[in-house]
Design a protein around this ligand. Structure first.
Ligand code: ADP
Ligand code: MG
Length: 685
C-alpha cells in the first residue's frame, strides 16, 4: 500500500504546478503523466527560440520581448522572496539598481583613475585598458559582460544579506516598510554620488556585450536570446530550489514562522538565503538591462518598478514559477505592444462617434492605473493568479472515507522501526527542569517549577486552564525566555537555545492550537519535520546529484511510513493540502511531523482536544505504542482517563505552581488537586 501511495505521490509532485491546465485537453492525454511537464517546458522554449522568426515584426518588438524577459527574471527573483519565503519586499528594485550600476561603472568611462603599475595585472586579464592622454595615462574599465553577470549577482546578493540581516527580524507590514525604505535609499545614493554614478544624468556609453569578437551593439535580437537563456536558467534554479529541502523550509517559514522554527528550520539563515538569492537574480538582470540600454539613470529603479514586479507576481500566481514568468511577460507585452494600438483604436472610435475625450486618451501614460485595475480584478475573481502555486486534490469520495474508518479500527500498525533508535541511555534524566520561573510582565506564568522526565517514561502535566502548562512547553523548547531556573536535556543545558537548536538536540513538540503549514500537503508538512535530519544545501538542491536524490527519496519514504502509523487515516490524504483536513487528522499530522524529526522526547500539548471518544481511544493507543518503542513523552492532557492509562508520573500545575506530583492514582486522590480541578465543594464531598 505504501509503495503504491509513494508512486502516485511522486508522479503527482513531478507534475508540478504549471501544466495542470493542459490535462483537460484530449490530445494531451496521450502523453504519459510524468512526461507532460517536460513536453510543456520543451514547447515553451521552442516557442521562445523561434519567436523572433515567427513574427514579422520590427526590431522594436523584439526589443519589447527582451524587456519582458528582463521583467520575467525580476519576477522570478522576487517570487523567491515573496512567494516562497513569504517576506514582503517593497524595495526589490534596489537590487536591480545595484546590479545595473555594478556593471555600468565597470564597463564605461565613468571611473578613470590615473594609470599605475597596480593596474598591470588587470590589464593582462583584460579587465582594464590603458588610455593614453597628454596629461598622463588613465585606466579605462572594460570588464566583460559575461564575467559581470555572475559578479553583479554576487554583489547584489551581498547587499541582500547586508540589508536583510538587520531587518528580517521584522514581519509583515514592518518588513514591507523597511524594504520600501531601502528601495528609496538606493536611487537617492545613486543620484547623490556623481563621482561614481554620474548622478541624475546617469551613466553613458556602457559597453555592449561581445561574443567571439562580435559586439551586440544596439540590435535587439542577440539580447533577446541572452534573455531567453537567463530566464531559462532562473526557471530551472527556482524550480529546483522550490522542490527541495530549501524550498520546503522557505514555505514553512511563509506558512507559520513559529512552527517552522519549532520543527528545526533556522529562520534567520533561510530568510537571508531567500533574500540573497532573490537579490542575485535582480543583480544579474540589472547587468543585462543596462548592457542592453547602454545607459543607466536612477529613474529606472524607482518605487514604481518594485510595485510593477510585485503586480506581475500576484497576477501570475504568487509562489508559482511558471505563473510569475507568464504574468511578467503578459503585463510587459501588454504595456509595450497593445496599449499603443489600443489608444489608436480608441482615438478612431472617438472620431467615429464624435466623443472628444476619447480622441485624446493615452493609455500608456496611465499604466499604473491599469495595473491597479488588473490587480483588483485578480483579487475579486482569481486570487491565486493565472497559474496557482498549489494544486488542490479532489476530496476523497464518501466510499473511500468510510472504507478507511473501518480500516483504522484495526490495531495500530507495528511499523515502529521507522522511528529509528529513539531511546536515550545516558546516566542523567532525559529532561530535568529546576526552579523554572517565567513572567509575562506582572503575571507569573511559572513559579519555581521543577520536573524530571526519566528516559523511557511518560509524564503527564495537568492543571486548570491558564495554569502555565503550555508556557512550560514554550519555555523548554525555546519559544519563550525563562527568567530563572535551569533546563537540562540529556545532561546538557538547553535553556535559552533557539527553537531549531532544541529540536536538533532531539526534542519535538506539538501545539495546543494546531500549528501546521496550511497550504502545504500532508506529506510536505511531515517532510518539514525531517528538515533537521537532512543535509541538502542550496548547491545540492540545484545540482540534484545522486546523493541528494537518494536523500530525498528516503526522506519521502520515511515520512510515508510515519504517516502509516496512523492506520489509514493519513496515507490516502498524503498529497492533500492540510487545510482541507478534519480537526482530528490535523492533530495526527502534527504528531507525525514531530515524529519525523526522530526525537528522543516528544512533547504533546493536549493531543486529544477536540476528538470524540473513539478517536481519543485510538490516539491514546498510538501514543502508548510510541512509548513502548522507547520514546519518552510529556503529555499535557485534560482527559483523566487518558492520563491514567498512559502516564507513569503526573505533575499538577495550578496558577504557575506545582501543587502535586506522583503516580496517577496518588494524584487523583490528592485533595489539593481535586480542589484545583473541581472546586472546593467537590473536595469536601
Ligand atoms: P495553560 O496551557 O495551562 O492553559 P498557559 O501556559 O497557556 O496555560 O498560560 C499561562 C498564563 O500565562 C495565562 O495566564 C496566560 O494568559 C499567560 N500567557 C501565556 N502566554 C503569554 C504571552 N505570550 N504573553 C502574556 N501572557 C501569556
Ligand atoms: Mg495550554
Amino acid at each position: 500500500m505504501i509503495k503504491r501511495a509513494t508512486a502516485t505521490i511522486r508522479q503527482g509532485s513531478i507534475g508540478g504546478e504549471a501544466f495542470g491546465f493542459l490535462r483537460r485537453a484530449s490530445p494531451v492525454q496521450l502523453i504519459p503523466l510524468h512526461l507532460r511537464p517536460h513536453v510543456g517546458t520543451a514547447l515553451a522554449f521552442a516557442f521562445a527560440l523561434t519567436f523572433p522568426l515567427l513574427i514579422d515584426r520590427n526590431d522594436a518588438d523584439i526589443d519589447s520581448a527582451a524587456n519582458a524577459l528582463a521583467f520575467a527574471s525580476l519576477a522570478l527573483g522576487l517570487n523567491i522572496v515573496v512567494g516562497f519565503a513569504g517576506l514582503l519586499d517593497l524595495g526589490y528594485a534596489a537590487f536591480f539598481a545595484i546590479g545595473a550600476y555594478t556593471y555600468g561603472v565597470l564597463a564605461s568611462a565613468q571611473l578613470m583613475p590615473a594609470w599605475s603599475g597596480f593596474w598591470e595585472p588587470f590589464q593582462w586579464l583584460h579587465l582594464v585598458a590603458r588610455v593614453h592622454q597628454d596629461s598622463g595615462d588613465l585606466v579605462h574599465f572594460t570588464v566583460s559582460f559575461w564575467l559581470m553577470l555572475p559578479l553583479s549577482a554576487a554583489v547584489a546578493a551581498l547587499f541582500g544579506i547586508l540589508f536583510g540581516a538587520p531587518t528580517l527580524r521584522l514581519k509583515g507590514d514592518y518588513l514591507a516598510i523597511v524594504t520600501l525604505g531601502f528601495g528609496e535609499i538606493v536611487p537617492i545614493v545613486v543620484r547623490n554620488w556623481p563621482s561614481v554614478t554620474n548622478g541624475a544624468m546617469g551613466l553613458n556609453g556602457v559597453a555592449a556585450p561581445q561574443l567571439f569578437g562580435y559586439s551586440f551593439g544596439v540590435t535587439a535580437m542577440p539580447y533577446y536570446y541572452v534573455g531567453v537563456g537567463m530566464v531559462a536558467l532562473l526557471i530551472f534554479t527556482s524550480t529546483r530550489l522550490k522542490f527541495s529541502r530549501i524550498g520546503r523550509a522557505w514555505m514553512a517559514i511563509r506558512e507559520d514562522e513559529i512552527a517552522a522554527a519549532a520543527m528545526g528550520v533556522d529562520r534567520v539563515k533561510f530568510k537571508l538565503l531567500a533574500f540573497a538569492i532573490g537579490a542575485a537574480f535582480a543583480g544579474a538582470t540589472g547587468t543585462y538591462f543596462v548592457a542592453k540600454l547602454q545607459t543607466a539613470t536612477p529613474e529606472m529603479f524607482m518605487f514604481p518598478v518594485s510595485v510593477m514586479i510585485l503586480v506581475m507576481i500576484v497576477f501570475g500566481g504568487i509562489g508559482s514559477v511558471w505563473g510569475v514568468v507568464l504574468g511578467a511577460i503578459i503585463l510587459q507585452v501588454l504595456q509595450s505592444w497593445f496599449l499603443e494600438d489600443l489608444s489608436q483604436w480608441l482615438h478612431a472610435l472617438g472620431r467615429l462617434i464624435h466623443v472628444e475625450w476619447l480622441q485624446h486618451v493615452e493609455l500608456a501614460s496611465s499604466i499604473e492605473l491599469i495595473f491597479g485595475v488588473i490587480l483588483v480584478f485578480m483579487m475579486l475573481y482569481r486570487r491565486q493568479g493565472l497559474i496557482p502555486a498549489t494544486r488542490r486534490v479532489q476530496a476523497l469520495s464518501l466510499s473511500e472515507q468510510t472504507a478507511q474508518v473501518e480500516l483504522a479500527a484495526a490495531p495500530p500498525v507495528k511499523r515502529l522501526r521507522v522511528l529509528g533508535d529513539a531511546t536515550y541511555r545516558g546516566p542523567d534524566p532525559l529532561l530535568e527542569i529546576k526552579d523554572l520561573t517565567v513572567r509575562f510582565g506582572g503575571l507569573v506564568a511559572l513559579r519555581s517549577v521543577g520536573l524530571t522526565v526519566p528516559a523511557h517514561s511518560v509524564v503527564a502535566v495537568i492543571g486548570p486552564n491558564g495554569s502555565g502548562k503550555s508556557t512550560l512547553f514554550n519555555t523548554v523548547t525555546g519559544l519563550v525566555a525563562a527568567d530563572s531556573g535551569s533546563v537540562h536535556f540529556a545532561g546538557h543545558p538547553i535553556r535559552g537555545l533557539a527553537p531549531h537548536v532544541v529540536l536538533g538536540r532531539g526534542m519535538a513538540r506539538t501545539f495546543q492550537n494546531i500549528r501546521l503549514f496550511p497550504n502545504l500537503t500532508v506529506l510536505e508538512n511531515v517532510m518539514v519535520g525531517m528538515h533537521a535530519r537532512l543535509h541538502t544545501g542550496p548547491v545540492g538542491a540545484l545540482l540534484r546529484l545522486p546523493g541528494t536524490r537518494r536523500e530525498e527519496r528516503e526522506a519521502r519514504e520515511h515520512c510515508l511510513e510515519i504517516l502509516s502509523l496512523f492506520g489509514n487515516r493519513l496515507i490516502p490524504r498524503a498529497d492533500h493540502v492540510v487545510s482541507s483536513l478534519s480537526y482530528a487528522n490535523r492533530r495526527r499530522v502534527e504528531i507525525a511531523r514531530a515524529l519525523a524529526s526522530n526525537p528522543k522526547l516528544l512533547l504533546l500539548d493536549e493531543p486529544t482536544a477536540g476528538m470524540n471518544p473513539a478517536e481519543t481511544l485510538e490516539l491514546a493507543q498510538q501514543i502508548k505504542s510510541l512509548h513502548e518503542h522507547g520514546l519518552a513523552i510529556v503529555l499535557i492532557e485534560h482527559k483523566l482517563d487518558v492520563v491514567v492509562s498512559l502516564a507513569d508520573n503526573v505533575v499538577v500545575l495550578d496558577h504557575g505552581e506545582k501543587i502535586a506530583e506522583g503516580t496517577p492514582d496518588v494524584v487523583r486522590r490528592d485533595e489539593e488537586v481535586i480542589r484545583a480541578y473541581l472546586g472546593r465543594s467537590a473536595a469536601v464531598a
